[in-house]
Write a protein that binds this ligand. Structure first.
Ligand SMILES: [Zn+2]
Ligand SMILES: [Zn+2]
Length: 130
């Protein structure tokens, strides 16, 4: 029997927790200015899960959603501010920040690096660029 894929994570203060029970999809890096400003990090690692296999499990329920662009909501904990997720309107997947996973080694970003040229020059992730 294959091992069941369960991915759990949450925010820094622990109020917002999540669990995904599905194969991770589209693990990638993004260095766009929105990811950078939203998280404070030079590059974010993202992974997608089907919404149907995803649930918010912490006492804080869902994160606070901020509309960062016309079609995208980004979710943060209202207490500690952790950058947790993004959801596009009408899309059946949720993007989770790999850094919010309890075990970030569970997901390995592949060679896809969106907006790689927008990263600071001193920051050279080993993965290839877009
Ligand atoms: Zn929190
Ligand atoms: Zn981005």
């Amino acid at each position: 029997m294959p091992e069941q894929h369960v991915f759990e994570g949450g925010c820094l203060c622990g109020r917002v927790r999540f669990r995904a029970s599905a194969e991770p999809e589209f693990p990638h890096l993004c260095s766009c200015s929105m990811c950078r400003r939203w998280s404070g990090a030079p590059t974010l690692a993202w992974v997608e899960f089907p919404l149907a296999a995803f649930e918010w499990t912490g006492e804080g329920g869902e994160p606070h959603f901020f509309r960062s662009s016309k079609k995208t909501l980004r979710g943060n904990c209202t207490e500690c501010g952790s950058a947790l997720c993004a959801i596009d309107d009408g899309y059946d997947r949720i993007s989770i920040t790999v850094g919010a996973l309890d075990h970030p080694d569970q997901v390995v970003p592949d060679e896809r690096h969106s907006f790689a040229s927008a990263r600071p020059d001193w920051w050279q992730p080993a993965l290839k660029s877009d």
